[in-house]
Ligand binder design. Structure first.
Ligand code: SF4
Ligand code: SF4
Length: 268
């Protein structure tokens, strides 16, 4: 059974996969697999971009989204949608004509309506290529190999560490995501008397279940805690010759907690 494994740490947001999907399907009739994708309005592969944090401490996350080729596909209301033996979920372009209910049934919103053919359409894993011994175009196009496709057993190690997008009513998706970015806390340390940033201040973050992470402010005075989970944290910032600063933080989204002016304990 085939799976897609998407490594978000490798994805640079180039949108090449999205364009490759268009190139493969727009204006190309791959019957009996798939009728042509319209020139506009459809994103069978879509690179979602989310900005985390607040200016100037922001990070951008890229996440390619497509049909999840679920093992329990909510779109499979009857034989107009087929789950193939290799795991790919296909909308039958003949039987599904006029079937808006198929589009509405997908909890991921990855099915699009084709007005010209009166048909629901979505990613079919480039089944016409897979059956010819090739790989989906999005996978072939991805230069940093952020999207990979193949047999489930060959990806066992990655799958064990992966996360999935799972809707409330299940679906058992066959698309796995690696290195989904966690939350971050960023801040800056500076000396208000000298009006200079402070490099090498030690920031210690403690949280539930004995969590502790230490980082140092860099040559911009910035400190970053990464891959955090939501929760309550205590932050302490220390630097020799300065009074320490402490703050309680409730983290439910990535946070720029601003600047920390540290006061000297002793002027030399
Ligand atoms: Fe990311 Fe690869 Fe798609 Fe580019 S082609 S957006 S790197 S998944
Ligand atoms: Fe069907 Fe939606 Fe699952 Fe794709 S993601 S198989 S369209 S329910």
């Amino acid at each position: 059974m085939k799976v897609f494994v998407i490594d978000q740490a490798r994805c640079n947001g180039c949108h090449g996969c999205q364009l490759a999907c268009k190139d493969e399907h727009c204006g190309n009739d791959w019957m009996p697999y798939q009728k042509a994708q319209p020139e506009t309005g459809h994103f069978w592969m879509k690179v979602e971009q989310t900005t985390h944090g607040q200016t100037p401490k922001v990070k951008v996350e890229y996440k390619p989204i497509m049909c999840m080729h679920c093992d329990d596909p909510k779109c499979m209301l009857d034989d107009a949608v087929v789950k193939r033996d290799d795991g790919l979920v296909m909308i039958d372009p003949t039987k599904a004509e006029g079937r808006r209910d198929i589009m509405d049934a997908c909890p991921y919103g990855v099915i699009y309506w084709n007005d010209e053919f009166n048909l629901p359409q979505k990613c079919d894993g480039c089944a016409h290529l897979v059956d010819a011994g090739e790989i989906p175009r999005c996978v072939d196009m991805c230069i940093p190999e952020a999207i990979r496709f193949g047999e489930e057993e060959d990806f066992a190690e990655e799958i064990a560490q992966a996360t999935q997008i799972i809707p409330e009513d299940g679906c058992r998706p066959r698309v796995y995501y690696l290195n989904a970015p966690g939350l971050f806390i960023g801040g800056e340390v500076w000396d208000p008397i000298d009006d200079e940033i402070i490099k090498g201040a030690v920031a210690t973050l403690t949280g539930a279940d004995g969590f502790e992470q230490k980082v140092e402010s860099d040559h911009w005075g910035d400190f970053w805690f990464r891959n955090l989970v939501a929760g309550s944290y205590h932050l302490k910032i220390e630097k020799d010759g300065y009074k320490s600063e402490e703050r309680e933080i409730e983290l439910d989204k990535s946070l720029n907690i601003g600047d920390f002016p540290l006061m000297r304990t002793l002027r030399l």
